[in-house]
Ligand binder design. Structure first.
Ligand code: NIG
Ligand code: FE
Length: 420
């Protein structure tokens, strides 16, 4: 059955019917068209028609009609970077940090990622699935229609598989579109006694081939950082991943600039995530990657402002990135240790308040550009006819800027996923 929403106060679209939109870079991130007094029609899960109320079809039979007075329709949010499978929160570590310990000190004393990995080991698949489904519902209620979920709190073949299987089961149960990412190289298990090379070898020769064969992974990821994994490990990992056609998404430049960005670009990463610490050289190398005419996908930068807020570290220089004519995507990074919130509306606010993006640039970062970070830009992330009807119907609000302006509020009345 068709659904039509009428009398909308506004509908935020790109150039109408632009099916060829890949990503929005530089000035074009602010270049949304707002149709005032609008309607939109969905049919069989797709956007069927939209436009000015003057052009609204008159037929009413077999159509569910919703009155959108005072409300806006936006593309639904897409979260291209989350770690949503974990056993327990780490609010105790937060408490320790608020008493003066640093994230690094807590990690060095057995807390952090290793703490989450111990907890995964003693949880079963059903328990992990239940908590994941709760988190997915929460993210849907705050406007997220599609998202990527990483493993990475397992760190052994059995535990990593457990997480990836939980993600696979969730894919079959929820309406949100989900991509799964194998982040075995998230931290070095204690049993490896400081031998990072040996653990990367275990990932490449054992875990990755099995998981790829079992159809458990869409992407591979690695935490490239001082005391974690090096740019050389990115090379080794990708050497194997490319044999299985599994593209890279990489955690780079979160606390320091050690060449992770360059290694990720060289290995054709689909996205480079974090980037809180960027040198001038890093900026130039990222720009170069977008200027090259090579035909593979561009490594879109993904900022994670929830992590900057929570760990009190610098924000990714989003303003500078956009001003140098690059695209920017934004994701929640939702995880128990550095960003315990999946609320992309809050990330939108942080993008404006802390990274100095305009409201429309912020919207582009959590919709169109987030879709590109997942290779889904032809299917979702903007409003045009024939693509998936993944839409947000806001509560009555005064204008689009009200969304990021009213930080911490949920101004979403309904999230439509494939028209439902
Ligand atoms: O993206 N940086 C690496 N991984 C996560 C944090 C992991 C944790 O502390 O549990 C992140 O911020
Ligand atoms: Fe992350």
């Amino acid at each position: 059955m068709r659904t039509r929403i009428e009398n909308l106060k506004g509908l935020a679209t790109l150039r109408k019917n632009d099916q060829n939109c890949d990503f929005l870079a530089g000035n074009s991130m602010d270049d949304w068209t707002m149709i005032d007094d609008a309607f939109i029609e969905m049919d069989s899960g797709l956007i069927h028609d939209f436009g000015d109320m003057n052009a609204c079809p008159q037929e009413t039979s077999n159509i569910k009609i919703i009155d959108g007075t005072g409300r806006f329709i936006l593309p639904a949010f897409i979260d291209s970077h989350t770690h949503l499978v974990y056993a327990h929160d780490r609010s105790e570590e937060f408490n320790m940090r608020m008493h003066g310990l640093s994230y690094k000190e807590i990690a060095a004393s057995g807390g952090g990622i290793l703490n989450s990995s111990k907890q995964i080991m003693s949880s079963n698949e059903d328990q992990l699935l239940d908590s994941l489904l709760d988190r997915l519902e929460k993210s849907r209620n705050t406007g997220t229609a599609a998202l990527e979920i990483k493993s990475g709190y397992g760190l052994t073949a059995d535990s990593e598989r457990k997480i990836l299987r939980v993600i696979k089961r969730a894919k079959a149960q929820v309406s949100q579109k989900i991509w799964s990412t194998f982040l075995g190289a998230h931290a070095l298990p204690l049993s490896y006694n400081g031998n990072h090379d040996a653990y990367i070898e275990e990932i490449c020769s054992n875990m990755l081939p099995q998981f790829a064969d079992e159809g458990l992974i869409d992407f591979i990821d690695i935490f490239c950082e001082t005391n974690y994994f090096s740019p050389r490990h990115i090379d080794i990992l990708c050497n194997t991943a490319c044999k299985f056609n599994v593209p890279l998404k990489a955690h780079v430049n979160q606390f320091s600039s050690i060449g992770g960005l360059q290694a990720a670009i060289k290995n054709k990463a689909w996205s480079v995530d974090h980037l809180e610490f960027m040198t001038k050289q890093d900026h130039q190398d990222l720009q170069k990657a977008f200027q090259s005419n090579l035909s593979y996908r561009k490594p879109i930068p993904v900022a994670l402002p929830g992590c900057s807020l929570f760990l009190d570290i610098p924000y990714t220089p989003g303003r500078q990135i956009i001003d140098s004519d690059l695209p920017l995507a934004i994701a929640s990074d939702c995880n128990p240790g550095s960003a315990p919130s999946s609320n992309l509306g809050l990330c939108w606010s942080l993008a404006c308040h802390k990274m100095k993006l305009t409201p429309k640039e912020g919207l582009a970062a959590i919709t169109t550009n987030a879709a590109y970070a997942l290779g889904a830009e032809k299917k979702m992330g903007h409003i045009s006819n024939g693509i998936e009807a993944n839409l947000i119907l806001t509560k009555p609000i005064s204008n689009l800027a009200f969304m990021p302006y009213s930080f911490g509020e949920n101004n979403i009345e309904h999230t439509f996923i494939a028209g439902k």
